[in-house]
Design a protein around this ligand. Structure first.
Ligand code: 5GP
Ligand code: ZN
Length: 112
């Protein structure tokens, strides 16, 4: 499959890995938008949030739990942001779902 993040999971493209288990993979973003910026992705290819089904509820819950656990490990107890972009209008550029976790700077709302 010609998917950048599937290739990172398979080890075909290098990434700075933070964590992996049977279901998820977490790695530092190559273009960080904050002092801490990592991505949590499912190992299984799911192209957008619109492709989730109820059968994925446990998987997405595990992604979120992993995001907060790693955020704490990265020193973000004081606060952090989790973002998921969907499709071009939502700002998604890689067609394999991912949670952005951003921390160690003041976040503003609303985002741009
Ligand atoms: P999106 O815009 O789809 O929500 O986020 C995609 C993210 O993937 C961007 O923040 C971008 O910097 C990151 N990214 C794109 N290519 C690579 C790569 O090859 N390695 C890593 N580690 N991150 C990448
Ligand atoms: Zn993929």
């Amino acid at each position: 499959m010609d998917c950048l993040f599937c290739k990172i999971v398979a080890g075909q493209i290098p990434a700075r890995k933070l964590y992996e288990d049977e279901q998820v993979f977490a790695f530092h973003d190559i273009g960080p938008r904050a002092p801490v910026h990592f991505l949590v992705i499912p190992k299984r290819h799911i192209s957008t949030l619109l492709h989730l089904t109820e059968a994925d509820n446990a998987l997405t819950g595990h992604m979120l739990f992993t995001a907060q656990r790693l955020a704490k490990e990265q020193g973000c107890e004081e606060g952090f942001r989790v973002v998921m972009n969907c499709n071009e209008l939502g700002g998604q550029t890689v067609q394999h779902i991912h949670m952005h976790v951003l921390g160690q700077r003041q976040m503003t709302w609303p985002p741009g």
